[in-house]
Write a protein that binds this ligand. Structure first.
Ligand code: ACO
Length: 332
């Protein structure tokens, strides 16, 4: 049987920085409020003509180069995004595959908001373990600035743009294998976080679509409580199921939505400060890109070593959630 191994990681962030002080000139807020309530100091904003696929391609190039796997051997591309290049078709994954020069490759997007990366990791694992695919490029890429209402102080302070990518490939060595992935959803809470307009659930009645049609709306305070509860429960379950103590985790990588959520979950799990990876201060919430961007951060600063165990933990619109126990298993 083949197992699935996380071989490499890459990320990309746009150059433009939007600071809390910049936002304070746009809406009634302050650096003090944003820092205290969210831990976010700044976020990146893509250029006007920079698309979700453009950012995904840059992250993917790094993941491919670091993987030691030849580009022609990639047999599937999956992109997790809630801010695709085009809302219906083509998928952002097919555009990324084309821009990378991949020929006849299976490519598709999935929509699971901030849990997107854990979902695509689980899909890659399943395809590889079934023997259907061998080398799968997974990408979380978001241009959230394009679906953010910059007159709504409740949401515009939170979100940023960026992309992360990883190569997942087949191995016969069980020590390299992704140990387990847990995913779930509950549509009962759909209205906590949604882009309510423009789909068949709430269609436009004319072609004069308002620019605001797909902006995100969030019930922040309720989402916060469900996030802490769900993220903690999810991790307790996956650790117990696999008989792993939280002290065995080298890097705990929660979805980067709010430092207070990260701290509450880390404390509940008795994680040390050294175990918990935090990037929300620099990048804000980049939804499906946040977890691979955070893994890339520890890879590039030299603190992620071969064989170390990662615990991923995500939560997002849907509601969706997921956790994963993943050893980092580079080929080189
Ligand atoms: N600046 C100043 N004041 C503000 C701001 C702001 N940017 N935003 C809200 N306020 C005010 C409110 O109006 C309210 O004022 P009031 O007491 O006079 O009514 C007060 O601050 C408190 O508002 P709350 O919404 O209760 O603030 P809270 O502490 O909950 O923080 C926040 C808001 C940061 C949005 C938080 O609730 C949060 O992070 N929620 C979770 C986000 C999340 O995890 N999302 C899921 C993933 S995202 C995805 O899937 C794409």
């Amino acid at each position: 049987m083949s197992y699935a191994a996380l071989r490499s990681i890459g990320a990309y962030v746009p150059k433009k920085i939007l600071s809390n002080d910049d936002l304070a000139k746009m809406v009634d807020t302050s650096d003090e409020w944003i820092s205290k309530r969210t831990g976010i100091k700044e976020r990146r904003i893509a250029a006007k003509d920079e698309t979700t696929s453009d950012m995904g391609v840059e992250a993917a190039k790094k993941a491919i180069e670091r993987s030691g796997i030849e580009i022609e051997d990639i047999d599937m591309v999956i992109c997790a995004t809630i801010s695709p290049d085009y809302f219906c078709m083509p998928s952002t994954a097919t555009i990324i595959a084309k821009k990378l020069g991949l020929g006849n490759t299976t490519a598709f997007d999935i929509s699971a908001a901030c849990t997107g990366f854990v979902y695509i990791l689980s899909i890659a694992k399943a395809f590889i373990e079934s023997g259907m695919k061998k080398n799968i490029l997974i990408i979380g890429s978001e241009k959230l600035s394009a679906i953010t209402d910059y007159t709504d102080r409740g949401t515009c302070i939170l979100f940023g743009d960026g992309a992360g990518a990883a190569m997942v490939s087949a191995t016969q060595n069980i020590d390299e294998a992704i140990i387990d992935i847990n995913t779930g959803s509950d549509g009962t809470y759909a209205d906590l976080l949604m882009s309510p307009n423009g789909g068949t659930g709430s269609p436009h009645d004319s072609l004069d679509q308002e620019a605001t049609s797909c902006f995100m709306q969030m019930k922040g305070n309720e989402t916060f409580k469900v996030a802490v509860r769900t993220l903690t429960k999810d991790v307790v379950e996956i650790l117990e199921k696999n008989n792993i103590e939280s002290s065995a985790i080298k890097h705990f990588i929660p979805h980067q939505a709010n430092y207070r959520i990260i701290k509450a979950v880390g404390d509940a799990l008795k994680m040390t400060k050294e175990q918990v990876v935090v990037t929300v201060d620099k990048y804000g919430n980049t939804s499906g890109a946040s977890i691979p961007m955070a893994i890339n951060e520890i890879y590039e600063n030299g603190s992620l070593k071969s064989g170390e165990l990662l615990l991923l933990d995500a939560f997002g619109g849907g509601l969706t959630w997921g956790s994963a126990l993943v050893p980092f298993s580079p080929l080189k």
